[in-house]
Every structure is written in structure tokens, then in C-alpha cells.
Design a protein. Sequence first.
Length: 208
Amino acid sequence: IGAMIAPNQEKVPNLQVFFSGLQALKSETGSPDEIDDYNRHMGISPTLLKTKSSGAILLESNDPLSYPAIYSNYLSYPEEVDALIKGIRLAQKIVLTNALREAGAAITPYIVKGCEDRIWDTDEFWACAVRHQTNPENHQVGTCKIGASTDHFAVVDSSLRVYGTSNLRVIDASVLPDLPSGNLMAPTIMVGEKGADMIRTAWRHSLS
């Protein structure tokens, strides 16, 4: 896993680069109608950490077991696509290092459905590929955002209590208003520890 500083000069990583030495899909690129050649492959996946796009999760009914409506709105801003293209270029540079070339690494050109009319490895090709093949990366936050009562996107207050209810808190990664620059395990443990301490403190005060 590596990081690259955001191009806007903020001192926070904007990209996380995942390396995978396995294939979880039965094709080289993930296309369902592609036949895998069963050769050795390594995947390098740039992941955008700081996004401007904002999605929504809406309730479809008052049935707690019904599925919500999810609108991801990924890549709503051109600069997000540009950042991922820079991540792809970084991945290419990594593959072309002496260490990986000596291990036999090489870049494999492939066709992306919907981008057949673009010239391989141009920025135009990768912009098309990014829009056709970008997936969520399992570290979502913000669906129960912490914030002031005046923030209409906020779900919980500074004590993680759900607005408009009593005796209900949300204590997990969903309260984080912004995605940390990295995986969520440590921040989520921190939220859990802090939430548990809030509950203990509240009960001590109520019993004293």
C-alpha cells in the first residue's frame, strides 16, 4: 500500500494504491465474458481517498427490512477522474521499476468495453476506462454523519446520539464526516472506544 500527496498541496494523501497478487475474478480485467488465460498476474489499483462527489441513501418505506435506495454519484467532478488517471500513471511507473521488471512484470494492454474507440494508454482512454470500471472500495463513511443540529446532513450529535430520538446512538464508521486517508480499522476502533466511554459516563451520571 502506498500514498501520493494530493495535487492541491494539502498535506494529506489523496490516493491509496492497492497491490494484489491474486485474482478474485475469473478474468484478467473483471469482464464477465472474458476467459482467463491462467497466467500469473498482479493487480495495482489506485483508489481515490478525497472525493468531492456526494451520494445519497434514501429510505424507500417505513419497513426496516426493505432495501434503501442508494445513489452513489461517483466521479461527478472531472478532477476526480484526473486524480485517478495520475494514480494509473503512478502504477505504471511502479511496474517499470528495475525491481519489478527483473521479476518479469509487464503492463498488459486490454480492451475496456465502451472505450474501444479510444487509443490505448492515452489520457482519453484512461478517462473512459475510469468511468466504466471504477468500483467502491469497501471503506465507506458518512451515512450517519456527526455534526451540528443546524447541519441538515448530520444524523448524530457530538455524543453520537441520533437527533430526534432518545436512548439511541450510532457508534461506528458511519459517523465519520470525511474519509480518513487510509483504511478504516483504526479509526473505527477509536470511534468504538470513544462511544463506549460516552455511554459509561452517561450511566455514571444518571446513577449518581
